[in-house]
Design a protein around this ligand. Structure first.
Ligand SMILES: Cc1cc2nc3c(=O)[nH]c(=O)nc-3n(C[C@H](O)[C@H](O)[C@H](O)COP(=O)(O)OP(=O)(O)OC[C@H]3O[C@@H](n4cnc5c(N)ncnc54)[C@H](O)[C@@H]3O)c2cc1C
Length: 555
């Protein structure tokens, strides 16, 4: 079980980054701003050369099947969801999950970051992280106290003229909720339009924002695609490089980092790589036949994700995804997009939503609604040949905690993913209440002309026990796993507030896995913020000055 020491035969860089996803692309960009610093970016997948990735409406196709751009993981049977095995898409290739995601730009609530600060994490309050959100962003609405205008990540307003999205917002107002035109501004609570990472009709992934502009320009950045990291190489306690290959049975290669190795492989695979490198729970490592380098029970644990249920209505008008793409029409949509960059392909079909409190005494919203302009059951894998629309309901701060653990020493075997969804009564009550609130909005007059019968769960599902049963049978992830390499000030945490892995030198984790608690919203922008902030740490720069943008009370 002993692991070989290294002879350091291989290419040498200052930093080796593992994973070209949301965090990895931002890091690679910021670190190579310094021409004297040489960076190697290892990515298991391929360059993001696909019209499906570029075309915002392609998301529906990319997320529902395993393939070149999607690892297509599955959970272990879920104890509280009728032992179902749930689908877990994760992006693979340049841009990582930002190349297959829904393109919603949300930061979470200011109080989420203030909570991190209250956990003792200096430098992570909302005042501290706001300047990094702003630095990353180019907001189409212009610069203000909450938004930046100079960053690589374009954030735009929805632009389809589909009446479903404004009708949903109007229905929410009729139900008594405030309208908010900026979920990332002074007040998150209410109903309103989403902001999107789409630029001129093109998905603005982290690769488009941070990586592609560097191609042929930054000679100090080397991107190695089809480079699947097997383990981190150490000399004593010092991380010195990464061993990788192009696939099972292919030759092993190594790259070395004079300064640091930076894991940005995401919430599923950063903990997997730590474990494959001997950092984790000794019992789990022993079962996999891996020698313990650092005993750390927290690796892979503290998994949190947004569990999601859907309320679906049929629609009497031929204006939803089904009519826009049925039969041969979908080829027309693709052609129109490729030739003129026009038509239904330009849109993500997810343009409005809500952040609501299920109980008046709560200080911040605890459920989020996403309105999709089509029938979406089981991630769209359960095709329904009808016009309709779907309201996704997710609980923002679940109490349930799960884990990710390797099952053997093979880097190509997916880890066992157990989010342990729906384990807590608070989670169950919140989702039930969220469904009732979504239904209340959906019955309002603003949607009268567009609302057909309720397709799911169906009018017969009303009581707590009926709703619980239906949730157990149908709930799925809305794709925001975090927390598996938890940042903390306690000695048991995986990384400290500078994202350094405890117990070794020269190794950090910089991605969604370091979040100590799940933020109340989608996780792409927060992950990019983490990488922006980490880049300043690595470059030895003073953090950007904290900013006070007034965040309104929600009560
Ligand atoms: C289908 C889907 C829809 C989503 N919708 C939204 C949304 O609308 N808005 C939003 O804000 N968030 C959304 N998210 C979540 C958001 O995209 C992620 O939280 C974010 O991209 C995570 O960034 P990351 O850097 O932690 O990991 P990732 O972006 O997943 O990057 C990890 C990278 O590491 C690579 N990698 C993994 N293992 C290895 C290895 N061993 N060797 C080399 N490379 C490796 C992967 O291939 C990948 O490219 C969605 C996610 C998914 C999957």
């Amino acid at each position: 079980m002993a692991q070989a020491q290294t002879s350091q035969e291989g290419e040498r860089f200052d930093y080796v980054i593992v994973g070209a996803g949301s965090a990895g692309c931002a890091l690679a960009n910021r670190l190579t701003e310094d021409a004297a610093v040489r960076v190697c970016l290892l990515e298991a997948g391929e360059p993001d050369n696909s019209p499906l990735v570029r075309m915002p409406s392609g998301a529906g196709e990319l997320l529902r099947q395993k393939g070149k751009f999607n690892w297509g993981f599955e959970t272990v049977p879920q104890a509280h969801l009728n032992q179902r095995v749930l689908w877990q898409p994760r992006g693979r290739g340049w841009g990582g999950s930002s190349s297959i995601n829904g393109m919603i730009y949300i930061r979470g609530h200011a109080s989420d970051y203030d909570h991190w600060r209250q956990l003792g994490l200096t430098g992570w309050s909302y005042r501290d992280v706001l300047p990094y959100f702003k630095r990353s962003e180019s907001y189409a609405g212009g610069e203000d106290a909450w938004h930046g205008k100079q960053g690589p990540l374009t954030v735009s307003a929805p632009e389809s003229s589909n009446p479903i999205f404004p009708a949903f917002v109007a229905a929410g107002e009729q139900a008594g909720y405030p309208r908010t035109d900026d979920f990332n501004g002074a007040n998150q609570e209410g109903v309103g339009p989403y902001q999107l990472t789409i630029k001129d009709g093109v998905r603005w992934s982290a690769a488009m924002a941070y990586l592609r502009p560097l191609l042929g320009v930054r000679r100090n950045l080397e991107i190695k695609s089809r480079a699947h990291a097997h383990r981190i190489l150490f000399e004593g306690k010092q991380a010195v490089g990464v061993e990788f290959s192009a696939g099972p049975g292919r030759p092993l290669r190594s790259v070395y980092a004079a300064k640091e190795v930076l894991l940005a492989a995401g919430a599923m695979q950063s903990p997997q790589l730590l474990q494959l490198s001997g950092i984790g729970d000794p019992d789990i490592l022993a079962k996999a036949g891996i020698a313990v380098r650092v005993a750390r029970l927290a690796v892979g644990r503290n998994l949190q994700d947004h569990l999601d249920v859907t309320v679906v209505h049929e629609c009497p008008e031929p204006i939803t995804v089904y009519s826009m793409t049925k039969g041969l029409r979908k080829y027309g949509v693709g052609l129109d997009y490729m030739v003129r960059r026009k038509g239904a392909g330009r849109y993500n079909w997810l343009e409005s939503g809500a952040f609501l409190r299920t109980r008046r005494e709560l200080e911040v919203p605890d459920v989020q609604l996403h309105l999709v302009g089509g029938i979406m059951l089981d991630h769209g894998r359960n095709a329904v040949e009808k016009d309709g629309f779907t309201v996704h309901v997710c609980q923002l701060r679940p109490e349930s905690r799960g884990e990710i653990q390797i099952i053997n020493a093979d880097p190509f075997t997916a880890p066992a993913i157990d989010p342990n969804y729906f384990a807590s009564e608070v989670d169950r009550r919140t989702l039930r209440d969220g469904v009732r609130m979504a239904r209340d909005i959906l019955r309002r007059p603003a949607l009268d002309a567009l609302r057909g019968p309720e397709y799911a769960p169906g009018e017969s599902v009303r009581t707590d026990s009926e709703l619980d049963a239906w949730i157990r049978q149908t709930a799925e992830t809305i794709y925001h796993p975090v927390g598996t390499c938890r940042m903390g000030v306690d000695p048991e945490s995986v990384v400290d507030e500078h994202l350094r892995v405890r117990g070794v030198e020269g190794l950090r984790v910089i991605d969604a896995s370091v979040m100590p608690s799940l933020v109340g919203g989608n996780t792409n922008a927060p992950t990019i913020m983490i990488a922006e902030k980490a880049a300043d740490m690595l470059r030895g720069r003073a953090p950007l000055a904290p900013e006070d943008a007034m965040v309104g009370s929600t009560t």
